[in-house]
Design a protein around this ligand. Structure first.
Ligand code: PGA
Length: 220
């Protein structure tokens, strides 16, 4: 993957009405279609918005990928409240797994995360697997990682590009593609993406505004 990978994690934000506003703003990315030759853009909205986003990108001929922020560790079945990999695959090709907010708020263990990865791969979804530091366990067959130190998430206090690059290198040495996430914004993005071992970013807060997200993409 030579293109820079720019991922928006919209977290548990946006009603359908708000998402439509975001999409109309984001559509202006098309005024600079050359960004798509250098950058792979992936948007991860809530489950309820997956179909809206994927249809919008198709209808507007935008080469933008869609992914989920979570996946059931089970196949389809009697698992009330869960959304399974086969259901996600109808709308998107990616899924974020192992985000620290899921590990801490929903007590997701390494075993559960391993099941999520396995089942996602079986359904043709590519996991973007979040690691919090060099020692985070990474399930086999994961190819894309996002290094997101907990202190940097939503804090306005990103890791230093030098440290992020060093952590990324430890995973690049194991043949992983590594993204950085944690307080990325239009001003600091370049300091990360110009590092040798960082192949893209995972953006939370700064992706919630369509215009700001376009700036991030342009500055990357
Ligand atoms: P942030 O979130 O950009 O708001 O720090 C990143 C993430 O949690 O994926």
């Amino acid at each position: 993957m030579d293109k820079l990978f720019i991922v928006a994690n919209l977290k548990s934000y946006k009603t359908e009405t708000e998402a439509r506003v975001w999409l109309e703003v984001f559509k202006k990315i098309n005024e600079n279609p050359q960004v798509f030759t250098q950058k792979e853009i992936l948007i991860c909205p809530s489950f309820t918005l997956l179909s809206l986003f994927s249809n919008f990108f198709k209808e507007n001929n935008l080469p933008v990928k869609v992914g989920a922020q979570n996946v059931s560790p089970f196949e389809e079945g009697a698992y009330t409240g869960e959304v399974n990999a086969g259901q996600i695959k109808e709308f998107g090709d990616y899924v974020i797994i192992g985000h620290s907010e899921r590990r801490s708020n929903f007590k997701e263990s390494d075993d559960v995360l391993l099941n999520k990865v396995k089942i996602s791969l079986e359904h043709g979804l590519t996991p973007v697997y979040c690691v919090q530091d060099k020692d985070t366990l990474v399930p086999e067959n994961v190819s894309i990682l996002a290094y997101e130190p907990i202190f940097a998430i939503g804090s306005g206090n990103p890791d230093t590009p030098e440290n992020a690059d060093e952590v990324a290198k430890s995973f690049v040495d194991k043949n992983k593609i590594v993204l950085y996430g944690g307080s990325v914004n239009p001003e600091n993005i370049r300091s990360f993406t110009q590092k040798e071992n960082i192949k893209g970013v995972l953006v939370g807060g700064a992706s919630l505004d369509g215009q700001e997200f376009i700036k991030i993409i342009q500055n990357a």
